[in-house]
Design a protein around this ligand. Structure first.
Ligand code: ZN
Length: 135
């Protein structure tokens, strides 16, 4: 685990979320739709980390389900790793339950995989191999 790649924050209304974080002093870097996750993502850089506002684009989006159950707020923490397949193997060897056994494409050209919150104390953790290899 190298550093926090990003913090995923679930919002029901992306424009309202963007306006809020701009008010808090952050600068919007980009907006990207990730069809595989049925989300629209707004990126706010913060040092070598980013805040990612995640808004559902459909009712069966994982983010829509999250908001329905728990309301808006922090949804996941993503840690940057150098070698995602190796990290996943290591996690499995440690007895950590994986949601994704194989890396899959995430926002920003990254490869990502989620660990199951059941085996990580209720925190949804994402491992993220950033496109540029990290900062
Ligand atoms: Zn993420």
């Amino acid at each position: 685990m190298k550093h926090i790649s990003h913090i995923g924050i679930a919002v029901s209304d992306l424009d309202a979320g963007i306006a809020l974080y701009q008010k808090l002093g952050f600068t919007l870097e980009a907006i990207e739709e990730v069809p595989s996750q049925k989300v629209k993502v707004a990126f706010f850089p913060c040092g070598n980390t980013r805040l990612e506002l995640l808004a559902p684009t459909s009712e069966d989006s994982p983010i829509a389900k999250f908001i329905e159950k728990r309301g808006e707020g922090i949804q996941h923490l993503a840690f940057a790793v150098d070698d995602l397949p190796a990290s996943l193997t290591e996690m499995e060897e440690q007895g950590v339950q994986l949601i994704d056994k194989e890396p899959r494409p995430g926002a920003h050209g990254a490869q990502i995989a989620f660990l199951h919150p059941r085996s990580t104390g209720g925190v949804l953790i994402e491992l993220c191999r950033e496109k540029d290899g990290g900062h």
